[in-house]
Design a protein around this ligand. Structure first.
Ligand code: FAD
Length: 403
C-alpha cells in the first residue's frame, strides 16, 4: 500500500498491515509538506514547533500506543516506523513527541490509576495540554536509579517536593510535568503529576545547545512545591516501575535514531547525484559509493534489530536488555552513518538549509548538518551508549558493572 522508503532496502515495511501502511503514507505527506521545509529554520532559532500540536493530535501521533487514545489498533512495529518517519523529517519534532507521548504519557499509562489515566490521557492525546518528563538532575544522569536527590515528603494529604531537574524536554512550557522524586520515608522513587504553573516550581529554557536545537529543554527548580496525594502516580512503588516506562520508550529511541540516519542518508544520496567534480557526479566515484553502501548497511541492520525488538514488545517478551541493545547499537551505527553522509556532502555538509551553492535552488544535501548534530544527543539521552551497553553486559554475565 505505502511507497516504501528507498532506505528500507529489505522491504521490512511490507510486514505492516494495510491500515498501518496507509496511516504511514498520510503521516509522511504531512511531514514532507508541513515539517521538513521548516525544520532547519526552527533548529537555527532553537524553537519547538508548538504551532503543530493540533495537527499532530489530529493525525493521531500522540498516545497511539494506548487503548484509551489510539485512533486504530496498531502494533509497536508500526509505532516504531512512525517514530522513524517523524525523525527522518525532524529529529527535534520526534523528540518533542517522544517526551510528550512516549515518556510522559507512558508514565501515566504504566503508573497512573484508572482515574488518573481517564483525567490526563485523552487531553494529552488531543494536544490540549503538553507534557514533560523530569528524571535527570544536575548531579545525576546515568546514576538516577541510585543517586536521585529530589525529595518528596508526605504531609497529610499532600507531598512537598524539593530539588532540581536538568535537560527536561518541553519543560519550559509544558502544562504537566511528571516529576520523579525520592520519598524521604521509605527511600523509594515515586512519580508526581505537577500541574504548571505552580508556586515553588520554576523552569528555565537551556540556551546554546548544539544538538536537537528544536527541542526546548529546561532546568527546573522545586522549592517546597506542594502536590496533592491524588496527583502522585498511584501504581509506582519504586525505580523498578519507572524502569518499565524506560524499557518501553527506549526501544523507540532506537527507531528515532534510525530516522536521523535515514534523513542523513537520503540527503547525502541526493547530493551525491547532483554534485559534480572532475566532470562527473560524485555518486559515480567508487569511494563515495562505498560510503553510501556502508551507510545503507548500517541502516538496514538497525531496521532489522528495531523491527525485532518491537515485535518482542508486541509479543510481551521484551526485556530491559533487549531495549538497551537496540538503543545502543542503533545510535552507534547512526553516529557512524551521519559522519559518512556529512563527509559525502563536503563543505556543504556543515551548513543548514538556505541558498544553494549548486546554482540557485535549495541544495538537496543541506539537511545533513542538522542530522549530524542531532545524532549526538540521541546517542546520549534515555541512557548513554555506555549505560545501555552495561545493561546488556549485566544480562550476558549476570554481573552489574555500574552499581
Ligand atoms: P553522565 O551520567 O554524567 O555521563 C557522562 C559520561 O560518563 C557518559 O559518557 C556516560 O556514559 C559515562 N558514564 C557514567 N557512568 C558510567 C559508568 N558507570 N560506566 C561507564 N561510563 C559511565 N532527561 C529527562 O529526565 N527528561 C528529558 O526530557 C530529557 N531530555 C533530554 C534531551 C536532551 C537533548 C539531552 C541531551 C538530554 C536529555 N535528558 C533528559 C537527560 C539525559 O537522559 C541524560 O543526559 C543522560 O541520561 C546522561 O546523563 P548525563 O548527561 O548526566 O551524563
Amino acid at each position: 500500500v505505502a511507497d516504501l522508503l528507498d532506505a528500507d532496502f529489505y522491504a521490512f515495511q511490507h510486514t505492516l498491515t494495510d491500515a498501518e501502511q496507509r496511516s504511514l503514507t498520510g503521516i509522511r505527506a504531512f511531514l514532507d509538506t508541513e515539517v521538513r521545509p521548516f525544520a532547519d529554520d526552527l533548529w537555527e532559532r532553537a524553537e519547538s514547533p508548538r504551532h503543530l500540536v493540533p495537527r499532530i493530535a489530529e493525525l493521531g501521533l500522540y498516545g497511539n500506543a494506548f487503548p484509551e487514545t489510539r485512533q486504530f489498533e496498531n502494533s509497536d512495529v508500526y509505532r516504531g516506523w512512525v517514530a522513524l518517519e517523524i525523525s527522518r523529517a525532524d529529529p527535534s519534532l520526534a523528540t518533542f513527541i517522544g517526551v510528550h507521548s512516549g515518556l510522559a504519557m507512558t508514565s501515566i499509562s504504566v503508573g497512573g490509576s484508572e482515574e488518573q489515566k481517564a483525567e490526563w490521557l485523552p487531553k494529552l492525546a488531543a494536544g490540549e495540554l503538553v507534557a514533560a518528563f523530569g528524571l535527570t538532575e544536575p548531579g545525576h544522569g546515568s546514576d538516577t536509579a541510585k543517586g536521585l536527590e529530589t525529595t518528596a515528603e508526605r504531609r497529610g494529604d499532600t507531598w512537598v517536593l524539593n530539588g532540581a531537574k536538568r535537560w527536561i524536554g518541553n519543560g519550559a512550557f509544558a502544562d504537566l510535568v511528571v516529576i520523579w522524586a525520592r520519598d524521604v520515608a521509605d527511600d523509594q522513587v515515586k512519580g508526581f503529576l505537577v500541574r504548571t504553573p505552580a508556586v515553588g516550581f520554576s523552569a528555565t529554557k537551556i540556551e546554546r545547545k548544539q544538538s536537537l536545537r528544536g527541542v526546548e529543554n529546561a532546568d527546573i527548580v522545586m522549592t517546597d512545591l506542594v502536590i496533592p496525594e491524588s496527583d502522585r502516580l498511584q501504581r509506582i512503588d519504586g525505580f523498578r516501575d519507572l524502569a518499565v516506562v524506560l524499557r518501553l520508550t527506549r526501544a523507540h529511541v532506537a527507531w528515532q535514531a534510525l530516522g536521523v540516519g535515514v534523513g542523513a542518508y537520503e540527503g547525502a544520496l541526493a547530493y551525491a547525484k547532483a554534485r559534480h567534480q572532475f566532470g562527473k557526479p560524485i555518486a559515480s566515484f567508487q569511494l563515495v559509493q562505498q560510503k553510501l553502501a556502508d551507510a545503507l548497511a548500517n541502516i538496514t541492520a538497525s531496521i532489522a534489530l528495531s523491527v525485532r525488538v518491537s515485535q518482542m514488545q508486541d509479543e510481551g517478551v521484551q526485556r530491559d536488555h533487549h531495549s538497551a541493545m537496540a538503543k545502543a547499537f542503533v545510535s552507534a551505527r547512526v553516529r557512524e552513518t551521519v559522519a559518512l553522509c556529512r563527509e559525502i556532502c563536503g563543505g556543504n555538509g556543515i551548513q543548514l538549509g538556505g541558498e544553494s551553492q549548486l546554482g540557485g535552488a535549495i541544495a538537496p544535501g543541506y539537511g545533513v548538518a542538522r542530522y549530524f548534530a542531532d545524532a549526538e544527543a540521541v546517542y546520549t539521552f534515555e541512557g548513554t551508549y555506555d549505560m545501555n551497553s552495561l545493561i546488556v553486559g549485566r544480562s550476558i554475565t549476570g554481573i552489574p558493572a555500574f552499581v
